[in-house]
Design a protein around this ligand. Structure first.
Ligand code: SIN
Length: 493
């Protein structure tokens, strides 16, 4: 498998700091793996706190001039960046599939999804409105203006190597913030290519800086940003454990935080659901990206009266999902990201089976005529799941759909909410009263009602409880990068 691009210059291995591509200060590199084969195919900069500080110096120096640009000028940079992303979408998708494993069609869809945030925030840059407040005293005028928070550190995950960084960088730039970015260790190349296109769009030097590092250096590199009072915000997508650590460390300089963390999403199929629609919604939500998403259903609750019918329809669909490498036209599920991911999925399935689950399809690591690498896992459906199982409490982050049987609406709401997490929840029902009642009771930041595909640049993405805080996308997503300043003018005649 070779990485062949129309524009090979989009493959970058260095950090981008203050407008220059440069190796890490200590001249170290680390290997990047192709999950389809487990082979190393690239080496990128393994940076440390020294590189992080250089990036901070650059972003801090660039902030005043970037924030002072007319909003229209910042917007135009985003417009140009968006055009370049679309023009280069095939190359970006190829890089993404190569380092992340998802089928090419999914990578192409992700490029469009990420680009949509850039396009959206090019528009939102023009709408950072303030307020004139009604005065209560004759000689005063009270106003509110919105200002960029300052230097923003964006730390992004491997499951959506382009969309997650785009939806942090685009609002930050639109608001007038400058950026420090650190992509996930497993998938740095997509983010580097995206930044190369930002450079090509003419975004001034110092405004966008990106540094890469291996797992060994993350604490050192990110620690530099967390302790630096010039960094005013951290935006992170990843695990709840890391999110809590960031919150603790960022407290020292009271940085703003946006945290998009773990999910453990419930998916409820009521007795009045359209079962075919529910199966299709579940396939879309659960098996997208091989189940490696924060919003994918982790617990599927099915009413007793339609449990068998639903399970049968679901198994028929899941058993036919084609597992294979990104570059095979039939592939619908790619490899998992690495061996740790496969071990966790295997452990969850074994634990569930030991505690009484029934295996309806799949259930193990897989190899077939096209999927020959070590990280493939068969799309799996488990019946008779219960809350003693590990997978009821911990995201499996893989293609495993456990079915839980329920009898009463109250019982299932209680079970769905019985988790520290609250990112997304889904339910299927054709009863309009139930739709409103259940939507109200779901303790999640996002609710899919008779719908499995919930993500959109026009909507606020984010969670409640230990799934974090802050919103990405929509006009709410811009607010996360703006401070509110109150101006009080007195002694007016
Ligand atoms: C995530 O898994 O963190 C994001 C998924 C999405 O944007 O749909």
């Amino acid at each position: 498998m070779t990485l062949t691009l129309t524009r090979p210059s989009l493959i970058r291995a260095d950090n981008f700091i203050n407008g220059h591509w440069q190796n890490s200060v200590q001249r170290q590199v680390y290997p990047v793996q192709n999950p389809a084969t487990a082979d190393t195919f690239a080496q990128v900069a393994d940076s440390s706190a020294e590189d992080a500080k250089l990036a901070t110096d650059a972003a801090f120096a660039a902030f005043e001039s970037w924030r002072n640009l007319p909003a229209k000028v910042r917007s135009n940079y985003l417009v140009r960046w968006h055009e370049l992303i679309i023009e280069n979408r095939h190359d970006l998708a190829t890089i993404m599939s190569f380092e992340q494993g998802k089928p090419l069609a999914e990578s192409l869809a992700e490029v469009n999804y990420g680009a949509a945030y850039v396009d959206w925030f090019a528009g939102e840059a023009l709408r950072t409105y303030g307020d004139i407040l009604p005065h209560t005293v004759a000689d005063k005028k009270l106003m509110v203006v919105k200002e960029p928070v300052g230097v923003v550190a964006a730390i992004t995950p491997w499951n959506f190597p382009l969309a997650m960084i785009a939806r942090k960088l685009a609002p930050a730039l639109a608001a007038g913030c400058t950026i420090l970015a650190k992509p996930a260790e497993d998938t740095p190349l997509t983010a580097l290519a995206l930044v190369a296109l930002a450079e090509e769009a003419g975004i001034p030097k110092g405004v966008m800086n990106i540094v890469t590092c291996s797992r060994n250096n993350v604490a050192d590199l990110v620690g530099s940003w967390l302790s630096d009072s010039r960094v005013r915000k951290v935006t992170f997508t990843g695990s709840t454990a890391v999110g809590k650590m960031l919150a603790r460390e960022a407290a020292g300089t009271l940085k703003r935080l946006s945290l998009e963390l773990g999910g453990n999403a419930p998916f409820i199929v009521f007795e009045d659901a359209d079962l075919d629609a529910a199966v299709e919604g579940l396939i879309a939500a659960k098996f997208r990206n091989g189940g490696q998403t924060c919003v994918c259903p982790n617990r599927i609750y099915v009413h007793d009266t339609c449990y068998e019918a639903f399970a049968e329809k679901l198994v028929a669909r899941v058993a036919n999902l084609k597992v294979g490498p990104w570059d095979h036209q039939d592939s619908q599920i790619g490899p998992m990201i690495n061996d740790k991911a496969v071990s966790k999925i295997t452990r969850h399935v074994a634990d569930a089976l030991a505690k009484g689950a029934t295996l309806l399809t799949g259930g193990q690591a897989l190899q077939n005529d096209i999927a020959t690498g070590p990280y493939y896992f068969a799309p799996t459906v488990l019946g008779n799941a219960n809350h003693d199982m590990e997978l009821a409490h911990d995201e499996t982050f893989g293609p495993v759909a456990p079915l839980f049987r329920f009898h009463q609406e109250e019982e299932v709401i209680q079970a769905a909410n019985d988790t520290p997490y609250g990112l997304a929840g889904y339910f299927y029902s054709q009863d309009i009263n139930r739709v409103w009642r259940v939507s109200h009771k779901m303790q999640t930041g996002i609710v899919g009602i008779n719908e499995g595909a919930i993500a959109s640049e026009t909507a606020p993405f984010g969670g409640v409880k230990e799934s974090g805080y802050g919103r990405e996308g929509s006009h709410y997503g811009l607010d996360d990068y703006l401070d509110t300043k109150y101006l009080c003018q007195g002694n007016l005649s």
